[in-house]
Design a protein around this ligand. Structure first.
Ligand code: DMJ
Length: 639
């Protein structure tokens, strides 16, 4: 029809002049090139890509959600298309996976040294520390012939619980600490009453929530709470939790789990429980679970995929992640736990897996020195240039500095990568608002998004704990930066009606540390701001951090405590709150633990001996020179 209206063009188009034909063909070929080219700029248009690109270039697409807990409800069971099966039992194998073995890596020597034996063993809780040192060979590679719990305890500078379980001398601080303990007991009792064995408590409807992040595993709140209950001296509750792990924590589940979440909550929680109590049960469960996570690493690069079926070993990438990529904050947040799995099992495979990730990240070219959030586990290349210190990136940076600290400051690669990354972050992301607030913006291919997520507020604490090992001329600067960021995050709390902070706050269009979008106004009992208060308190002893922590306690009590537990709220800017009916397991594991530590003496889980994983589970610094020291050995043997 259109052709008919053109002069000199017949219905069939046969009457075109040569120049018109040429112009028409040129136009057509231009259009085709444009459409085809556009496919490459649409990272999530996988259905179209499947038509045009070869199978090996396509990554599995699943319907799903991120590593972030707030969006867990959107997680759906992935379709089986494009699934990869490490054990070859289920799913359609991608060509690329059967073709290439994982990238080989040189045997990695984890150098962990230094330290001194500590004399003062606090065995006051010996009832729970009496676990035997014998493990049978059925214990999934755990080999207690080489790991001695007693020797490990001798290599700590301080007793894990301090002189007096961290009880502060100051009466007001002690009262506040007791209040936090009461909150923990309240949260736990309600979980136990209404949701026992489920993953989390729904405090309004008084039932349990299972969700689909943990692949059929149950009791996330139990495992996440073990160490918190223990350090607070809630021993009846701790013993109930231990008994549940012993009798009911079934690791033979067959569901699809987030590798990241299972690692930080379950593996981390079990490892901490073991190191604090010496109960072999926790060690064996941790190693058994760790083994089930290994198939996720069977990719051409050894970069694990984000989702794994714990039963079959099938793994795939999150459907929402660009072009089948893996997420920096997920594959970059395994190091601490995996090194400890090797430590306890004497099986080098765990450390090898994470050192391979480390090597790849160290080598790969980084835009402006920054680490984008999406990486292809097939090609080992970045997939998109989105950089964030908040969600999707956050704990990767945290684990660099903590890997260094946990290695007794011998892991030089981690140290170098951390400080180099921090310089790039400072040069590209750290901003000052018109009102003088320092914040971390996000970076999208060179364009700044002046938004800071609640998750990014952990960075105050991270920069703080790393300050001392930075270049001499930068130490004070890092401490100041840590304090400024923590201050900004506190402002995001004080500027709300509830005195709790939103999920994300902005610094544009006149906003200063406030959420501008309705969808960013919620608070789901997250710990990051309080986490930074705790570290900054330990580093500076500035009383304002304890005051800020107390403000948070009051706000939690006023707005999040309901009749049967604690709940997140949908809008921090209104005091007539609407609750989200979810008591997140990280509230018990992190938020309440950090508050308790904030009001305790510094020798309760001293930072000289412990690093906290990203779920606040304490893991000990590994002092190889002490652990391998003959004198320590003899002492142990002669006992
Ligand atoms: C926790 O599971 C961990 O802190 C993780 O690193 C980020 N998200 C939650 C808490 O907000």
């Amino acid at each position: 029809m259109v052709f008919r209206k053109l002069p000199g063009v017949s219905a069939s188009g046969m009457g075109l002049r040569l120049s018109q034909k040429f112009m028409f063909l040129l136009f057509l070929s231009g259009l085709v090139t444009l459409c085809f080219g556009a496919l490459f700029f649409l990272p999530d248009s996988v259905r179209l890509k499947r038509i045009f690109l070869s199978k090996t270039e396509i990554q599995p697409v699943t319907v799903g959600s991120g590593s972030e807990n707030d969006v867990r409800e959107h997680l759906k069971r992935p379709k089986d298309q494009g699934m990869t099966s490490a054990k070859g039992e289920a799913g359609i194998k991608l060509k690329s996976q059967s073709r290439k073995p994982p990238v080989s890596y040189e045997a990695t020597e984890v150098r962990l040294a230094g330290g001194k034996a500590q004399e003062d063993l606090n065995l006051s809780r010996s009832k729970t520390e009496s676990a035997s040192e014998k493990v049978t060979s059925s214990n999934h590679g755990a080999n207690s012939d080489t790991f001695s719990y007693k020797k490990f305890r001798r290599c700590l500078f301080k007793p894990p619980l301090g002189r007096d379980s961290g009880r502060p001398a100051d009466p007001q601080t002690n009262e506040r600490r007791e209040k936090v303990k009461e909150m923990m007991k309240f949260a736990w009792d309600n979980y136990k009453r209404y949701a026992w064995g489920k993953n989390e408590l729904r405090p309004l409807t008084r039932n349990g929530h299972i969700g689909n992040m943990f692949g059929g595993l149950r009791g996330a709140s139990v495992v996440d709470s073990l160490d918190t209950l223990y350090i607070m001296g809630l021993m009846d509750e701790y013993n109930d939790a231990k008994e549940w792990v012993k009798t009911s924590l079934d690791l033979n589940s067959n569901g699809e789990a987030s590798l990241f979440e299972v690692n930080i909550r379950y593996v981390g929680g079990l490892l901490s429980a073991y190191y604090l109590t010496g109960e072999e049960l926790f060690k064996n469960k941790a190693v058994e679970l760790g083994e089930k996570l290994l198939p996720a690493f069977n990719t051409p690069t050894g970069i694990p995929r984000g989702v794994i079926n714990l039963g079959s070993g099938t793994s795939w990438s999150w459907g929402w992640a660009s072009a089948g990529s893996s997420i920096l904050a997920e594959f970059g947040t395994l190091h601490l736990e995996f090194v400890h799995l090797t430590e306890l099992s004497s099986n080098p495979v765990y450390t090898e897996k994470v050192m391979n990730i480390r090597k790849l990240l160290n080598k790969i070219e980084k835009p402006h020195g920054l680490y984008p959030n999406f990486l292809s586990p097939v090609s080992g290349n970045w997939v998109q240039h989105h950089v964030s210190i908040g969600g999707l990136g956050d704990s990767f940076y945290e684990y660099l500095i903590k890997s260094y600290l946990m290695s007794d400051k011998t892991d030089d690669d981690a140290k170098k990568m951390y400080y180099t990354a921090l310089e790039a972050i400072e040069a590209n992301l750290v901003q000052k608002s018109p009102g003088g607030l320092t914040y971390m913006a996000e970076w999208r291919g060179g364009i700044l998004d002046h938004k800071m997520g609640h998750l990014a507020c952990f960075s105050g604490g991270m920069i703080g704990i790393g300050a001392d090992d930075g270049a001499a001329e930068k130490r004070q600067h890092y401490l100041d930066l840590a304090a400024e960021i923590t201050h900004t995050c506190h402002e995001s709390y004080t500027r709300s009606a509830t005195k709790l902070g939103p999920e994300a706050f902005r610094f544009d269009s006149g906003a200063e540390a406030t959420a501008t979008r309705l969808s960013d106004r919620y608070y789901i009992l997250r710990p990051e701001v309080i986490e930074s208060y705790m570290y900054m308190w330990r580093l500076t002893h500035d009383p304002k951090y304890r005051e800020w922590g107390w403000e948070a306690v009051e706000a939690l009590e006023q707005h999040c405590r309901v009749e049967s537990g604690f709940s997140g709220i949908r809008d921090v800017y209104t005091t007539s709150v609407s609750h989200d009916n979810m008591q997140q397991s990280f509230f018990l594991s992190e938020t309440l633990k950090y508050l308790y530590l904030l009001f305790s003496d510094d020798d309760l889980l001293s930072l000289e001996d412990w690093v906290f994983n990203t779920e606040a589970h304490p893991l000990p610094i590994i002092r190889n020179s002490c652990l391998q020291d003959d004198a320590t050995q003899e002492k142990t043997v002669s006992e």
